[in-house]
Design a protein around this ligand. Structure first.
Ligand code: C2E
Ligand code: MG
Ligand code: MG
Ligand code: MG
Length: 291
C-alpha cells in the first residue's frame, strides 16, 4: 500500500507509522479525486412494511471503491469528509446520483418508492443548502416527495435557525425528514420536539443479537412514543426471525436489515422494484457479507 498515486503529495509508509493513520492520510488525499474517477457508488437497501413484507422505501448507502484500499466503508471516509469540508460535495453528489437514478427508473416506467439519503449535520453549516438540493431535484425533474433526508445527532446541529428555515423550505415541497440511529445521540427527544420529523429509525444497537429485557422495553417505548406523536417507526439491523416477531408484536411499522436484504447494487435492486414482496432469508452470520 505504500504506492503513492498523488502527483504532488507523497507519504512513504514506514513501519514506525501506524497503518490506520497512513490509510486515513491516503483516503483524505484521494477523496476529492474519487468523484471524478468514478470510484463512488450507491447501494440500495430495502425497507419493508412489517404487515405485508412489501418494500415501501429504501436507503441509499455510499461506497468507495479505492484503487489500493478496495471497498472503503462510509464509517471511515465520512468523518474525513466532515473534517475537511468535502462533505458538501459528497452529500450533493449523493442526492444528485439518487435523483438521476430515480428519473431513469421513471423513464423505464419502473414503480417508484421514496429513497432516503444520509445527510451529515456538517452539510447544514453552509448557507442555503435547501436551494442547492432544490436545484438538483429540479434539474433531474424528481418529485421531492420521493426524497427523504436521514439525519443523526452524532454531530449537533449548530445553526439551528438556519436548519429550521432550510428544512421547512424542503418539507413544503414534500421532502421527508427521518431521524436516524434514534436513541444514540445527544438530543433525540429535543429533535422530535423541535423539528417536523416524519419517521424515526431505531438504532441497530437496540435490535442486537440477543435482545435483552432492557432492549425490548426501550424498543417498545420508542415505538409507542413515535406513534403517539403521529410518526412512523423503522427498526434497523433486523437479522433474525425472533427480532422480527418481537417487532411485530410491539407494533413496529417497517424494518430494514439483512433478514430481508443487505444493501444491493442498483442492478439487483431494480429487480425488487417490480417484485416488491420480499422473502425472509435467514442465513448463518458468515454469509451475510455484501457482494
Ligand atoms: P446508517 O445510516 O445507520 O445505515 C445503516 C447501516 O447499517 C448501513 O451500514 C447498513 O449496511 C447496515 N445494516 C443494515 N442492515 C443491517 C443488518 O441487518 N445487520 C448489520 N450488522 N448491519 C446492517 P453502512 O452502509 O456501512 O453505513 C454506515 C453508516 O455510514 C450509515 O449508518 C451512515 O451513517 C453512514 N453513511 C452511509 N452512506 C452515507 C452517505 O451517503 N452520506 C453520509 N453522510 N453518511 C453515510
Ligand atoms: Mg441512515
Ligand atoms: Mg442508522
Ligand atoms: Mg449509523
Amino acid at each position: 500500500h505504500s504506492k503513492s498515486r498523488g502527483k504532488s503529495t507523497y507519504l512513504i509508509y514506514t513501519p514506525s507509522m501506524d497503518i490506520e493513520s497512513f490509510k486515513a492520510f491516503e483516503l483524505e488525499r484521494d477523496l476529492r479525486k474519487a468523484i471524478k474517477q468514478n470510484e463512488l457508488s450507491l447501494y440500495f437497501q430495502p425497507i419493508v412494511q412489517l404487515e405485508t413484507n412489501q418494500m415501501v422505501r429504501a436507503e441509499a448507502l455510499l461506497r468507495w471503491n479505492h484503487p489500493d484500499w478496495k471497498l472503503v466503508s462510509p464509517n471511515e471516509f465520512i468523518p474525513i469528509a466532515e473534517e475537511n469540508g468535502f462533505i458538501h460535495n459528497l452529500t450533493d453528489w449523493t442526492l444528485w446520483s439518487v435523483c438521476t437514478t430515480l428519473s431513469r427508473w421513471k423513464e423505464q416506467a419502473l414503480p417508484l418508492i421514496p429513497i432516503s439519503i444520509n445527510v451529515s449535520p456538517k452539510r447544514f453549516l453552509m448557507g442555503d443548502w435547501a436551494d442547492a438540493f432544490i436545484r438538483i431535484m429540479e434539474e433531474t425533474k424528481v418529485d421531492p416527495a420521493l426524497i427523504e433526508l436521514e439525519i443523526t445527532e452524532s454531530v449537533l446541529i449548530q445553526n439551528e435557525e438556519g436548519f429550521q428555515r432550510n428544512i421547512e423550505k424542503l418539507k413544503t415541497l414534500g421532502v421527508k425528514l427521518s431521524l436516524d440511529d434514534f436513541g444514540t445521540g445527544y438530543s433525540s427527544l429535543l429533535y422530535l420536539k423541535k423539528y417536523n420529523v416524519d419517521n424515526v429509525k431505531i438504532d441497530r444497537s437496540f435490535i442486537n443479537e440477543q435482545m435483552s429485557k432492557k432492549d425490548c422495553t426501550i424498543t417498545k417505548a420508542i415505538i409507542r412514543l413515535t406513534h403517539e406523536l403521529g410518526m412512523e417507526v423503522i427498526a434497523e439491523g433486523v437479522e433474525t426471525k425472533e427480532q422480527l416477531q418481537l417487532l411485530k408484536k410491539s407494533g413496529c411499522d417497517q424494518v430494514q436489515g439483512y433478514l430481508f436484504s443487505k444493501p444491493l447494487l442498483k442492478e439487483h435492486f431494480e429487480k425488487l422494484l417490480v417484485q416488491p414482496v420480499l422473502t425472509i432469508k435467514e442465513k448463518p452470520k458468515n454469509e451475510m457479507k455484501e457482494e
